[in-house]
Design a protein. Structure first.
Ligand code: CA
Length: 238
């Protein structure tokens, strides 16, 4: 596969606590969004992608392996937080995509997202593990209210916050021309799905990646912003 990675500290935060992993040859990609005071978020998100890399490197795509990697990342982060009080309370999201010959495997915890652009439509593939997403699913708030909700940054699942974690595992058939977007909430909170779609359908992946980043910064850049675009070589016009 081919991929483009963009990450930016944004306009408000002092540190970039997002981590990213992109291995084109292995067709494996991940984003992680860390939280916790004084650089702890950065530690948590980098531990998560490192655990994923170490566990899945040189292996064949497999959802059980992905779940093991997530569980291992969870244990490593929660143990590290127990041992060092400066790291107490740290945690991270992680969302990973691994392409096989026929399908795409996704493992996911938190509110980072996978989107698929297919047939000119951008659709969110993962469910957010957040208070706002739960309220939306129950029909208690509208999408408009969700964007301004005081709890919009509160996630209900993360790696590192408890000794065990439930990992969402998904498999999707793939089609020629699919374009995958992985991102942290620093992008998806700044732009609507339709705004992202408009850029992705009208620009090459390289230009779209730059435009997504630029628009997120222009919209305020209140959080760290990370995105990966991934596609199959020759299927999407570069
Ligand atoms: Ca974030």
């Amino acid at each position: 596969m081919k991929s483009i990675v963009r990450t930016d500290v944004g306009r408000v935060r002092k540190q970039n606590e997002d981590s990213v992993y992109a291995a084109d040859a292995q067709r494996l990609f991940a984003v992680a969004d860390g939280m916790g005071g004084h650089r702890a978020g950065e530690v948590a998100s980098s531990m998560a992608v490192e655990a994923l890399r170490a566990r899945l490197q040189a292996r064949q795509p497999d959802l059980r392996l992905m779940r093991q990697a997530f569980e291992e990342a969870n244990l490593r982060i929660s143990c590290a937080a127990e041992k060092d009080e400066r790291l107490q309370g740290m945690g991270t999201t992680m969302t990973a995509l691994w392409q096989t010959e026929r399908s795409v495997l996704i493992a996911h915890v938190g509110d980072s997202r996978v989107y698929l652009l297919r047939g000119g439509r951008l659709r969110q593939v993962t469910d957010d593990h957040s208070v706002v997403a739960e309220l939306l699913r129950c029909g208690l708030i509208t999408p408009q209210e969700a964007r301004r909700h005081p709890y919009r940054n509160v996630i209900t699942r993360s790696l590192g916050s408890a000794p065990t974690v439930e990992v969402d595992l998904l498999e999707r058939e793939r089609e020629p021309g699919d374009l995958w977007l992985l991102c942290t909430d620093g992008l998806s909170n700044m732009l609507t799905d339709r705004e992202m779609e408009a850029l992705l359908v009208s620009l090459s992946p390289q230009k779209a990646a730059d435009a997504l980043m630029q628009k997120a910064l222009e919209a305020g850049g209140t959080d760290n912003i990370t995105l990966i675009l991934a596609w199959n070589d020759g299927e999407v016009i570069p």
